[in-house]
Design a protein around this ligand. Sequence first.
Ligand code: CA
Length: 608
Amino acid sequence: MNKTLIYFLFVTGVASAQIEKIEPPFWWEGMQQKTLQLMLYGKDLGDYEIEIPDRIPFERREVENKNYLFLKLNLAQQKAGKIKINFLQDGNLKSSFDYEIKARETRPNLESFNSSDVIYLVMPDRFANGNPSNDSHPSVTEQADRSNQDGRHGGDIQGILDHLEYLEDLGVTALWSTPLCEDNDARVSYHTYAQSDLYKIDPRFGTNQEYRNLADALHSKQMKLIMDYVTNHWGIEHWMVKDLPTSDWIHQFENYTNTNHRKEVLSDPYASEIDRKELLQGWFVPSMADLNQNNELVLNYLIQNAIWWIEFAQIDGFRVDTYPYNTPEPMVAWVKAIRAEFPNFNIVGEGWMHNSIHLSYWQENSPIAAIQGFNSKLPSVMDFTLNDALVSAFNEKNSQWDHGTTRIYKNLQNDFLYPETNQLLIFAENHDTNRINDFYPDVKTYKQLLSVIMTLRGIPQIYYGSEIGMTGKKENGDGDIRRDFPGGWKSDLQNAFVKEERTPKQNEYFEFTKKILQWRKTNQAIHVGKTLHYVPEKDVYVYFRYTQEQRVMVIVNNNPSDQILNLDRFKEGIAGKKRGYEISTANSFTFDRTIEVPASTTFIIELN
Ligand code: CA
């Protein structure tokens, strides 16, 4: 266990109160929220009287389980320093501890992630093993076994730190790592979505300080760190789940009840109560206890834990897992509390929905949700409907009325539903889907797809390894789409982090990705420009991204033949510009009456 989280205190005699955990382990002065909910854990702590000699106003709250005691401290007047908290029995002092209030670090430049970024999603266990000595750890159950595709392979925070220059060279500007807090499941713990301690980085990934170092190192390279946060559930190995403070801390049923995954019941005017209940209260899987955010103590715990990580580790954003499985109203409070402390802090919710109406429902100020009087306050959602379009579009070579690139076009036609399209996280794959290089095995299609992702509205996200052509099939199990990055382990035969060791094909993937990402970095028209698009003809989709100063024309030719386009049709988008520069081929040309685009090729043309 982490020493900083354990407080053994002995003051007088043998009957001293033993405090095993205090959460949050420390706090800060000058926060917007003036009340701190302090959770104390230790044998029969509920039996003790509490005294705070500094006369800080507080409320005491006992719960069913006497091993917990909650104190609500009013910190409105509190400066950085120590608060002494005494435990008494029959008026006699039994124990005492000092609770630390820290000074806040100034952070004027918190920008959070936005549409100027390219996010790189990494599964730390599968990326690089920077510290082989932590692959297994005595305080957690599952030991390293790299031969098991569902086992722990040893990747860690140090492994990410060791390859920041690789990411910088590629042109990535933000890193989203899947969760890193301790997950003490006996098997398949590497994905870490069944967390067992929310205040501690899993020792097989590193320490809290190493996580903070990762944020600092990223910031020094003008890159951002996005934390994967899980509000919906904790692992059944979580120490609090094993000794529940209250029976309603988690949702419990007579017999195990799974969520029905029917996320749309929340907006469905005809939904039955049992369907809503099963969605929100049913468990995601048997190893993940579903949290009851309607319990005020649980909600405060989740709010404070989220704020604690932002302030402690200086992270730049959250990706929140399984968003619509959480009870909606408490989650509004969760988002509001975080954004009250950090107004620019961006949060993207995962809602695996295949219809723009249902997806847009979850974005802040959604006009669709307003019909039902709901406002999630969630700034960003993951655009799963665009993902659906992208994974089909380039496999449909025979252009039909609504196939091929028309799928992308039609998805964007629904953008009027979203209050803020630049806040949609867009992606062709992630750690839960097929790898794009599996369903699109040729580098040509990879280039098409990447060109589209990097030029459409929204915040593009790519997935580790695809930039060197890594493949993986979901049907072969999650482990197959989460293979180890070659070169992340000392014993690997190839180090694909290094140009010289990559195959020519891997370098073709890498160099193309790098070219587009580096180009995108400074391109305002792509970051915040408006969109103008045209009905696809012969499976050629043309769109423009533009600001007052800048125009980019994108021609997606999904036709298996070369296509000659008459530019007259696009004069609204070309807006009188005479010349163009194509990014990947580095060709300059004068706009004539026509332009020829080779088969299965996307042109990204800067107009000037
Ligand atoms: Ca390791």
